[in-house]
Ligand binder design. Sequence first.
Ligand code: IMP
Length: 210
Amino acid sequence: MGTADDELGRVIPGRFSSGPAADVLIGRTEVAQRVGALGEELADLFRDERPPVLVGVLKGSFLFLADLIRAMDIDVVVDFMAISSYSQSGVVRIVKDLDEDIRGRHIVIVEDIVDTGLTLNYLRKTLLQREVASLRAVTLLDKVARRIIPVPLELSAFEIPDVFVVGYGLDFQGLYRNTADILAVRDLARLAADPRLLVTQLFGFKGEGR
Ligand code: IMP
C-alpha cells in the first residue's frame, strides 16, 4: 500500500468493459518485502527457544505461511488446521485438527486475514486449552474496522480497509488464490453474480470453469 511498488494502482478490468472489477491493493514486491521482514521478526522471538509450531489456517494462509517460514532462519515445525464457520450464527468448528501434540510448545497461528475476529478468537481459545507454552497469532491482512470481537493479534503484515480481497492465497468461491498480488474487488455483488469475472484478465483465457 506504499507507493514504491510498480504494481500498485494497476487495475484489473472486468471481462466486459463495464469498468474495472478489481485493483491491485498490495503488489507482489511489497508483499515479499513485508512478509520477509515479518519472518525475520518472528524468528527473533524464538531464537533461544524450542522450535515453534506454526499453525497454518487452511486454506487461505498457505502461500503466506510458505513465504513466512522461508524468511525464518530458525528451526520450525509446521502444522495445519481447517475450520468452517457459519456466517449467520458465527459458530465455528474444526474440520481438520492438528497432527502434532502441541502441549508445552510455542504456538504461532498463521492466518490469511482477520476480519470479524470470530475465527481467530475460536482458534485461540481452542489451542489455549491444550496447555501450550505460549500462543501468538500472525496475520497477512488485518481488516481492523470489521472487528466484532477484540481478539489479541501479535503480528500483522498489512492493515487494510473494509474491502473484499483476493489473491496470494485468498479466494472468492475457490478462485483467485494463485495471484502474486493482493487484489481489492471493486464490486462484490458483480463478482458474486459472475464469480469468474476476473479470470480472463488475470490469466488470459476464460477456460472451462468448474
Ligand atoms: P473472521 O471474520 O475474522 O472470522 O474471518 C473469517 C474468514 O473470512 C477469513 O479467514 C477468510 O477466509 C474470510 N475472509 C474475510 N474477509 C475476506 C476477504 O476480504 N477475502 C477473502 N476472504 C475473506
